[in-house]
Design a binder for this molecule. Structure first.
Ligand code: ZN
Length: 153
């Protein structure tokens, strides 16, 4: 975990991968919420494509704050709970992340992932082109014996 985290931090600040309230409540301890497999997959993608990847942007005044780890009081989770809906998202277990880039659109990033999946360090799932038009949802919640599964949310 130590060295994966060290590598991950070269590309992402903690505030980019957790919501503001999680950051304020837990600070650096929030790094422990992430599955090291997810961090390794994101490092693989970031290095392999060689382009900047964006998750949350609230620290720069942007609106994105739930594309990384989500806690029970973060809107997406809280609203499901309020409606009485069961919800066990990859984002709530530190196993999923939504990414985008100013250098390539979501479709292009997914295409790169498909083409290079044999070198991906862990089996992954991707939300498909139709379901995630402007972002790349990637998670390590793949329980099949395939390296890559694509799904529609
Ligand atoms: Zn997602």
């Amino acid at each position: 975990m130590e060295s994966i985290l060290k590598e991950f931090k070269k590309y992402f600040d903690l505030r980019e991968v957790v919501s503001k309230q999680v950051y304020q409540r837990y600070g650096e301890q929030a790094w422990s919420f992430f599955d090291p497999r997810l961090l390794a997959v994101v490092i693989w993608l970031r290095r392999g494509m060689g382009i900047p990847l964006v998750c949350n942007n609230w620290k720069n005044g942007g609106k994105l704050d739930e594309r990384g780890f989500r806690a029970n009081l973060d809107y997406t989770v809280a609203s499901k709970t309020k409606k009485g809906e069961l919800y066990c998202p990859a984002h709530g277990r530190g196993q999923g992340i939504d990414l985008s880039s100013g250098k390539a659109d979501a479709k292009t990033i997914r295409q790169w992932i498909r083409q290079n999946i044999s070198t991906c360090p862990y089996p992954i799932r991707l939300e498909d082109d139709k379901s995630a038009p402007t972002w790349v949802h990637i998670d390590v919640c793949n329980v099949t014996d395939k390296k890559l599964v694509e799904f529609s949310a």
